[in-house]
Design a protein around this ligand. Structure first.
Ligand code: SF4
Length: 229
């Protein structure tokens, strides 16, 4: 199946050789934002309450060193939810997840399967930056978990893409190495929402040879998503 020009362009931006063409699925436009999701005044109010709670949160030590909380960004009616680990230095400064070089690569990864950044919702396991980009601690993840759960309940995505080891292991409550979690369909908690695991773009910037696997993960996620429509 041949790629179209746009897909080829975004794969090149991801840094993936076009020899992967033989593996590609066609990128047909699919609805990625649910216009029919029921948005009520209650839903809007629930988002507002949640946003304010997170902005003022002091439930773990990370509130002491943050510049600001990083709540999440994107379309609240998105069918795709992208979940990363925690804000880094740039995210902490800008108040938005996945900015900087890793954010640009994530955008290219999404575009390679026909998704625009503003059509998905992007959030993290933690809303505050761990100092020196260390891994989140279990007590921090546990303190922050309910915020993400409430975001998921409000968005009701068709699919969750868990980006990176920390996101995948915490979402799926496992210690399985990320390399063994790829290529499979999981479900998030008791919701039945499918989860697909892929590498973090920051890791892919350090290990560009793994981009091919990330591309395969994205195609798997798109296939599962299409089945959900
Ligand atoms: S990381 Fe989460 S639980 Fe900890 S202070 Fe920030 S918002 Fe609160």
């Amino acid at each position: 199946m041949r790629m179209d020009k746009a897909q080829r362009y975004y794969l090149q931006r991801m840094g993936i050789d076009v020899y992967l063409e033989r593996d590609a699925v066609s990128v047909q436009p699919v609805p990625v934002v649910a216009v029919d999701k029921h948005v009520t005044a209650d839903t809007e109010a629930a988002w507002e309450v949640l946003r304010n709670e997170v902005a003022q949160c002091i439930k773990c030590e990370l509130h002491k060193s943050r510049t600001q909380t990083v709540f999440g960004v994107g379309n609240q009616q998105a069918n795709w939810l992208i979940i990363g680990e925690a804000p880094g230095a740039e995210e902490d400064r800008q108040g938005e997840p996945f900015v900087g070089r890793a954010g640009k690569l994530l955008n290219a990864m999404l575009q390679a399967v026909g998704l625009q950044r503003d059509e998905v919702y992007i959030a993290n396991i933690l809303k505050c930056r761990p100092p020196n980009n260390r891994d989140p601690r279990p007590d921090e993840v546990s303190a922050c978990r309910n915020y993400l759960r409430r975001q998921i309940d409000l968005i009701q995505p068709h699919i969750i893409l868990a980006v990176g080891r920390v996101a995948a292991q915490n979402l799926l409550q496992t210690e399985t190495p990320i390399g063994r979690m790829r290529g499979q369909r999981y479900s998030y908690a008791d919701t039945g929402i499918p989860v697909v695991v892929t590498y973090h773009p920051a890791y892919l910037l350090r290990s560009p040879r793994e981009k091919r696997k990330a591309w395969q993960d994205l195609q798997l996620a798109m296939q599962i998503y299409k089945e959900s429509l």
